[in-house]
Design a binder for this molecule. Structure first.
Ligand code: AGP
Length: 609
């Protein structure tokens, strides 16, 4: 997720662009840059790292101009660096592009453009766009952009300006947000409202497969066939701070609601057209090498460790490899048995967790191969790993991990299908079935998110309780752990996750009329056992909050507090079952007036040991 901005009007454009990027920094902060056009000259200033670095560069320049575009980057392809920063230019510096999204077919396009003699300066997917526009340019910028869009596959929100067809910004969008701001004789493009609210509240929403040509005379919107479209101008009511959170009260709630898109983004560009294969181009391990490993060890901390526990169920079932899941801070202080036939998955949203990084180094010292499952491109863990499996969740601002966890589960699921195919244990037809079910998940998540109010009602009933117990079995036992962690880390209520089968070995002594017990009871191979757990709790007057499938009519006779989720495969059920638990924790914490996005004592990235 990146932030783009563009401006045309009478103000000093560099200032407008920089202030707009400041308002968009929450969308990505790996690098930033602007391009300004003035009297036949295009000037591009870029810098790695946070926006303040760009500011120091801009202070040394005297940028004049009334038209320009800017970008703040969240890296998906290509490490954070100045050469990978946007705006990207064509071979002759006459054309610049800013892009938010993922171009799925960028590798094949890049090869063809290189054969045609184009000179690439970055590792990004975006750069293929600017060279394609250059290739198609014949004096009319919007025509060149339109022809380019017929060749690219994937998600994009684009801003383009040219010194050879000056005085206009061409914008286009598909599956990445882009709004058009309408001011007094000044016009904007932006990824999100915060960038322009200081200048105007009048916006045009660009829809998928639509383009716009913005000049100082106004905005023309068209479809990608060039046919003009009439678009209404809407008024934005949010204040800039509200807008950064997308109108949500907290980043955590916004990020919970981003999960359908995050699933789509993490899948994007990684599937064979017929869904029979998974392409994970960053693994840096051949199918033969993958086939040679005789065990997998997963290393992680906190929520990422819970994702690893789900991975154990998936990989053991479908890749038939023994999988150990180790808390990184424990692993690194043992003398673990690792050798060149051990494959390690290091799961870390931030890519900077000190214990996980230390465990990676220890594993490599012993001859293991490490794949980093990470959300932050270019962070320490992927930089030191042998292979990469990036999640595409975008920046996760809330300290409590939500969308990144979901993206981890998707990435591990894709890796499982890959390993199963490589080992010949998953035939093409089964892979197609597994991937088809995965592609339904975004819609299922939307359905769950639409039932937010009922979960708020449960939070109102139980937010004063001082202890919660979460029960799950099998592949959903890690979700019981994750649900408990979410509650305790943002509401400070004591909560424990337990495997349902362990109830009779101790926790059942806790059950009474004051103890809410959250039971994950979706239909799977251990459903009947979970219903027995519910009966045990009910017999002792415990409070039961069940997570169950819409189709389940049996569960109603056991409890009245049921959060329903759509039916999916057992392998994918953790992704769906986890979201009601995120929302329950969130609404309880809000009721308690807790600092949801920045809970006490916690940090987003634990870089200390
Ligand atoms: C998750 O909600 C917590 N904030 C924490 O447990 C986190 O998952 C853990 O610190 C690991 O972080 P990482 O994924 O960035 O390595």
């Amino acid at each position: 997720m990146c932030g783009i901005i563009g401006y045309i009007g009478e103000r000093e454009v560099a200032q407008v662009l920089f202030e707009g990027l400041q308002r968009l920094e929450y969308r990505g902060y790996d690098s930033a840059g602007i391009a300004v056009y003035d009297e036949d000259e295009l000037t591009v200033i870029r810098s790695e790292g946070k926006l303040i670095n760009l500011w120091h560069r801009l202070k040394k320049e005297t940028l004049r101009g009334k038209i320009g575009i800017g970008h703040t980057r969240w890296a998906t392809h290509g490490r954070p660096s100045e050469e990978n920063s946007h705006p990207h230019t064509d071979c002759h510096g006459k054309l610049v592009v800013v892009h938010n999204g993922i171009i799925e077919n960028y590798l094949s396009l890049r090869e063809k453009l290189l054969e045609d003699g184009h000179v690439f300066r970055s590792e990004t997917d975006t750069e293929v766009i600017v060279h394609l526009i250059e290739q198609h340019f014949d004096g009319n910028l919007e025509e060149a952009v339109r022809e380019t869009l017929t060749e690219v596959k994937g998600a994009y929100a684009l801003g383009v300006i040219s010194a050879e067809d000056p005085g206009k910004i061409v914008a286009a969008r598909c599956d990445s947000p882009l709004i058009l701001g309408v001011g007094e004789d000044e016009y904007f493009i932006a990824s999100d409202f915060p960038a322009i609210l200081n200048y105007t509240r009048s916006v045009i929403f660009l829809d998928n497969h639509e383009m716009a040509v913005i000049t100082d005379k106004g905005i023309k919107v068209m479809n990608t066939q060039g046919e003009p479209l009439e678009k209404p101008v809407s008024q934005v009511e949010w204040n800039p701070v509200q807008a950064e959170k997308g109108g949500f009260k907290h980043f955590m709630l916004k990020e919970i609601h981003e999960q359908p898109r995050v699933v789509e983004d993490t899948i994007r560009g990684r599937l064979e057209e017929d869904l029979s294969e998974v392409f994970l181009d960053g693994l840096n391990l051949s199918d033969e090498e993958l086939n040679n490993f005789d065990r997998i060890v997963i290393l992680a901390c906190g929520t990422s460790w819970h994702a690893g526990l789900v991975g154990k169920f998936l990989l053991e079932e479908y890749a038939r490899l023994p999988v150990e899941v180790d808390i990184a801070s424990e692993f690194r202080y043992r003398d673990p048995i690792i050798n060149e036939k051990t494959l390690l998955l290091a799961i870390s949203q931030s890519g900077e967790t000190a214990d996980t990084l230390a465990a990676v180094r220890e594993s490599q010292r012993k001859g293991g191969k490490v794949i980093a499952v990470t959300n932050v491109v270019g962070s320490s863990i992927p930089r030191e790993s042998d292979g990469l499996l990036y999640t595409h969740a975008g920046p996760e601002i809330g300290v409590a991990s939500t969308k990144a966890f979901t993206a981890q589960l998707v990435a591990i699921y894709l890796f499982t299908v890959k390993m199963g195919r490589v080992k010949g244990l998953i035939p093409p037809a089964q892979a197609q079935e597994m991937i088809s079910e995965l592609r339904k998940i975004p819609r299922h998540l939307e359905t769950i998110l639409e039932h937010n109010e009922y979960i708020q009602e449960l939070a109102r009933k139980y937010f004063k309780k001082r202890d919660f117990l979460y029960l799950g079995r099998g592949i959903n036992y890690p979700i019981a752990l994750e649900g408990a962690l979410k509650l305790k880390e943002i509401s400070y209520i004591h909560a424990e996750g337990y495997p349902g089968g362990e109830m009779k070995h101790g926790p059942i002594a806790l059950i009474d009329e004051n103890l809410p017990v959250v039971c994950i009871a979706t239909r799977d191979r251990v459903y009947e056992k979970t219903v027995s757990n519910i009966e045990e709790v009910k017999a002792r007057d415990g409070i039961i909050i069940a997570i169950a499938n819409f189709e389940d009519t049996e569960i109603k006779s056991k409890t009245s507090e049921i959060i329903y989720v759509p039916k999916t495969s057992e392998a994918l059920s953790p992704i769906l079952n986890n979201v009601p638990l995120q929302l329950l924790a969130y609404h309880i914490a809000v009721r308690l007036g807790a600092d949801v996005d920045q809970p006490r004592n916690l940090a987003k990235s634990v870089t200390v040991e």
